[in-house]
Design a protein around this ligand. Structure first.
Ligand SMILES: CSC[C@H]1O[C@H](OP(=O)(O)O)[C@H](O)[C@@H]1O
Length: 365
């Protein structure tokens, strides 16, 4: 995606073909800082501390983490240990395990001397595929946005509510939930985005808003509690959110607060779409509420809020008494019954096993 006239992805191989460059998303929207990862530990730290975040980008970073780890040891035992360490960084986004499993599936059968080069090539393939996948999600989602625009007799923009950040910063490029927005804007379809701030880490305020400013796409930041009111007053035409893990039955695990938006959308008969690549579907699970592990993050993320002070320093300030404890589940699960459709790289389907298998027949056991 273009930022100040220069084209960026969220992750890329350094010019020396060894290190990996990422955008430090903890510094946005105040500072655009890139960081070079040189070791597996640094890749794991970037995932755990959310310098990189978003299911597909976490997977891509883990893939390059394997490359960096192989520079320290190429044995099968080393690979297996790297895999265990990487998937422990964040438990919910299935793309982390998907990418690590894919790397080991490719590398373990190879002779040790061939593993390092092939690892970098496979990590690059994962990144390139992600870009193509998200462009396709954008095309399929854009068609939905266009249909809504026509149903409004092209009266005004299509008002889309989104939660957290599922833009190009959450993937290698284009994003998932925002890919249809970018595609619609490129087609000249007028859109306006209601951007949920998305407490506690404010990925909406800090990342989605930053993306939409850079892309010159009309939007308003709203508090997490405002969306239902807007839906009641006819100010939301549809919701499009991302996913960190979707079950074979169509239950969607996404940033905390997504479920509440889906409830409000259902109560107001507003289409609620989830945009995701096939790599985010966990075909082994059928009951999201019972089976998807929900990441519990540091309570300080709730007890503080990050911002920029008068001197321009990025800092966190307390918003509650020091004696107050907090609970910080990072995700929730939206049951398939509340999801209007899944926007994937292969098309749009109903949120359920039949719908998903119509697009991914190879997954039928
Ligand atoms: C395209 S995946 C985006 C997905 O990931 C975010 O979670 P986090 O920022 O904690 O990695 C959020 O759930 C987004 O919808």
């Amino acid at each position: 995606m273009k930022v100040n006239g220069k084209v960026y992805r969220s992750i890329w191989l350094a010019d020396d073909g060894v290190g990996v460059e990422i955008i430090d998303q903890t510094q946005l929207p105040f500072r655009f800082v890139t960081v070079r990862l040189n070791t597996l530990d640094e890749a794991m730290d970037a995932i755990s501390r959310m310098l990189v975040r978003g299911a597909p980008l976490i997977g891509a970073t883990a893939a390059y983490g394997i490359c960096l780890g192989l520079r320290e040891g190429v044995s099968s035992e080393s690979l297996e240990k790297m895999a265990v360490r990487l998937v422990s960084c964040r438990p919910t986004a299935v793309n982390l395990r998907w990418a690590v499993d894919r790397m080991l599936r490719v590398l373990l059968p190879l002779p040790e001397k061939s593993r390092l080069l092939e690892a970098y090539q496979e990590a690059a393939r994962i990144c390139e595929e992600d870009v193509q996948t998200n462009e396709a999600i954008g095309r399929h989602g854009m068609a939905l946005i266009r249909d809504i625009w026509h149903s409004k007799q092209k009266n005004g923009p299509v008002n889309i509510l989104t939660h957290c950040n599922a833009g190009w910063l959450a993937t290698v490029d284009w994003g998932t939930a925002l890919a249809p927005v970018y595609a619609a804007a490129d087609e000249g379809i007028p859109v306006h985005i209601w951007v949920d701030e998305t407490r506690p880490r404010n990925q909406g305020a800090g990342l989605t808003a930053w993306e939409l400013v850079a892309a010159d796409i009309p939007h308003h930041l709203i508090t997490d509690n405002t969306g239902g009111h807007l839906m009641q007053h006819g100010l939301v035409d549809c919701c499009i959110v991302g996913s960190d893990r979707t079950t074979a039955a169509g239950d969607v695990c996404n940033k905390i607060g997504t479920y509440l938006k889906a409830l409000a959308a259902s109560d107001n008969n507003i289409p609620f779409y989830v945009a995701l690549p096939g790599s985010t579907v966990d075909w082994t699970l059928h009951d999201g509420l019972a089976e998807i592990p929900i990441e519990e993050r540091d309570e300080l993320e709730v007890l503080r809020i990050r911002g920029k002070d008068e001197e321009g320093r990025v800092c966190a300030v307390a918003i509650a008494p020091e004696a107050t404890p907090a609970l910080n589940p990072a995700f929730d699960v939206t049951p398939a019954r509340l999801v209007t459709g899944l926007i994937t790289e292969r098309g749009v389907c109903a949120a359920g096993r039949i719908g998903l298998l119509s697009l991914y027949p190879e997954q039928a056991q």
